[in-house]
Design a protein around this ligand. Structure first.
Ligand SMILES: Cc1cc2nc3c(=O)[nH]c(=O)nc-3n(C[C@H](O)[C@H](O)[C@H](O)COP(=O)(O)OP(=O)(O)OC[C@H]3O[C@@H](n4cnc5c(N)ncnc54)[C@H](O)[C@@H]3O)c2cc1C
Length: 545
């Protein structure tokens, strides 16, 4: 490998490192896995990314395929930001704003820009990207795009896919392409190119033409889904064509994103907030379904359960003081409206309060921003759990992102409680009830063989449950190494085979982040389990919302 490092040192403008401490640092992300890279590159510019990819491609042509992993800030929860070969670490240099069209409200940035800084800049121009992950202060825009990140407001605004207008991407052979929605005429021009880009366009176009019904079958009946490849949004009814959706959510397995052009929304601070307490899971589900049908769309419908509140107040009796008192209701639901006009916000929140009044014991409507901040602490209590060890056990990101159709929300919740009871584990649930997307993290000690086995048993049970409920194992964090082995269980086999073909078209030598998302087996993943889990990369940035 040293020869590879030497070649890169001579040919790229950025830094190339092979020291043990650097390799150890980049051997973890925020997942339960570890994998030590051989070489770390901080690309200075797009040309460095291009040269690295080109060199690796040439080695692969000669029979030596070295994995190439793009990395933002490494907050990935699925083991997709680690790799055994060359790691391209973006944030050091590729972090600039390239172009900000304030009139069109579009911004073009390099992929390694910190999402929090980008958001700050936008807000100073009264704009915002509403699909930023809670981890935005310590993660990159490129990572959010590659994971198809979502926020609690994704209930109204959708995931970041809805804001990505175009990309610059380095393909596996080092060629640079630009993607955006193109007309049929432009597509015909692309189809005639004699480059790798032309080959990609021809192959994807043919794949879609020949598999129309499978492409439709790839869409799961849920409000959001971060698994598989988005093959359903490439071709539009008017004949226009866009490769962008394929790269969004592809976790660096199809191409190396260098620039992103994003649309934005008007920034608006004031909101209305309605809070309701439930003691019945069926009433909760009925209320959420009715809220989803409101003509005035809430911006967020969020949930925490009593176990979470009990855990947090046992840790810190003052945290929830003056907001909510024990004994806690089984579920607390928070419904937010963020419309620009105060009239619309109040109208929406009144309607929501009426719906909630039918199903819940207690409804509170709050328009005062200071009091709202206090109430949101109930939901944000989930962040305190991430660092909450019990003895030698830590809460693990394992089965923390399931998403189901809304009429299966109560079955999802009951299934979680049963599973944790079966495994004799404490449980606490929170998440995005409006999307049927719930978070839960089992406390396990990865140094214990029994708990390591339990982790994979829980993953399998969880996947079975998601499939039976017609849902997905991931609404926002993606599958990565963690849930990749179970992807074939989630989709019909012919759809999964289509994903494999897509990967092969873009990455015939399997260079780009191999072992992530597609064609992953649990046998190759199990040895990568860490013996101790930690969130060391992000402790600079508490609280970990
Ligand atoms: C406490 C905590 C809270 C979180 N909250 C949320 C949340 O609310 N919503 C949410 O969606 N996620 C959340 N996440 C998950 C994660 O933080 C986000 O997905 C984040 O956007 C990842 O950004 P990153 O820069 O850390 O990417 P990384 O972890 O470095 O990479 C993520 C993936 O993107 C790929 N990638 C990175 N850059 C590029 C590039 N330039 N080209 C191609 N591929 C690339 C990597 O190979 C990897 O597969 C959370 C994580 C933590 C630890």
């Amino acid at each position: 490998m040293n020869r590879v490092a030497h070649y890169l040192q001579e040919h790229v403008a950025g830094e190339v490192m092979t020291g043990n401490d650097a390799r150890a640092y980049f051997s973890t992300d925020d997942s339960i896995f570890t994998l030590v890279p051989n070489v770390i590159v901080y690309p200075k510019n797009e040309n460095d990314v291009r040269k690295t990819a080109r060199f690796i491609w040439q080695l692969a042509e000669r029979g030596r395929a070295i994995p190439l992993t793009a990395r933002g800030s490494g907050t990935d929860l699925t083991g997709a930001a680690i790799g055994s070969g060359i790691m391209l670490v973006y944030p050091a240099h590729l972090n600039q704003v390239k172009f900000f069209d304030t009139k069109a409200s579009e911004i073009t940035v390099e992929a390694g820009i910190n999402f929090g800084k980008l958001q700050q800049l936008l807000v100073s121009y009264n704009r915002v990207i509403p699909s930023a992950p809670a981890s935005l202060e310590y993660s990159t825009l490129g990572g959010a795009v590659a994971n198809n990140a979502a926020s609690r407001r994704s209930f109204k605004y959708g995931s970041i896919r809805n804001y990505v207008r175009g990309l610059r991407v380095v393909l596996s052979n080092g060629e640079v392409i630009e993607t955006q929605r193109i007309s049929k005429r432009e597509l015909n021009r692309k189809l005639g190119l004699s480059t790798f880009e032309g080959e990609v366009y021809r192959s994807i176009d043919t794949l879609i033409e020949e598999n129309r019904s499978l492409v439709e079958k790839s869409v799961l009946s849920i409000s959001k889904n971060a698994t598989g490849y988005d093959i359903a949004d490439i071709q539009h009814k008017d004949g226009s064509f866009d490769l962008t959706p394929l790269f969004v959510g592809s976790q660096g397995t199809l191409g190396l994103i260098t620039e992103v052009t994003l649309g934005t929304e008007l920034y608006n601070e004031p909101t209305s907030l309605v809070t309701a307490y439930f003691d019945s899971v069926d009433d909760l589900q009925a209320a959420v379904i009715e809220l989803r049908g409101l003509s005035e769309a809430p911006s967020a419908i969020e949930l925490v359960d009593e176990n979470l509140l009990n855990t947090v107040s046992a840790e810190n009796a003052n945290y929830l003081k003056e907001i909510i008192s024990a004994p806690y209701p089984k579920f607390v639901l928070l419904v937010e409206f963020d419309d620009m006009s105060e009239h619309d916000r109040r109208k929406g929140s009144k309607k929501a309060a009426k719906v909630l009044g039918k199903y819940s014991q207690s409804v509170i409507l709050e328009n005062d921003p200071e009091k709202q901040k206090l109430i949101w602490k109930v939901r944000d209590a989930s962040a305190l759990l991430s660092g909450h060890a019990i003895g030698q056990t830590n809460p693990l990101p394992l089965i923390d992102d399931g998403v189901v159709p809304l009429d299966k929300l109560s079955s999802f919740l009951s299934g979680i409680y049963e599973q944790f009871k079966r495994e004799h584990l404490q449980v606490a649930v929170w998440g995005h009830a409006g999307d049927g997307n719930l978070h839960v993290q089992p406390h396990l000690d990865l140094s214990q063989v029994g708990d390591r086995q339990k982790a994979f048993r829980m993953l399998e049970d969880f996947t079975t449950q998601m499939r039976q409920l017609g849902g997905s194992t991931s609404g926002r964090y993606n599958e990565g190494r963690l849930r990749g082995p179970y992807l074939p269980k989630l989709y019909p086999d012919d759809v999964y085979q289509l994903f494999i073909k897509v990967k092969k078209i873009f990455d015939p030598y399997n260079i780009l982040n191999p072992g992530v998302k597609i064609s992953v087996s649990s046998d190759e993943v199990k040895p990568l389990l860490r013996s101790k889990y930690s969130l060391e990369h992000i402790y600079d940035h508490l609280p970990l919302s």
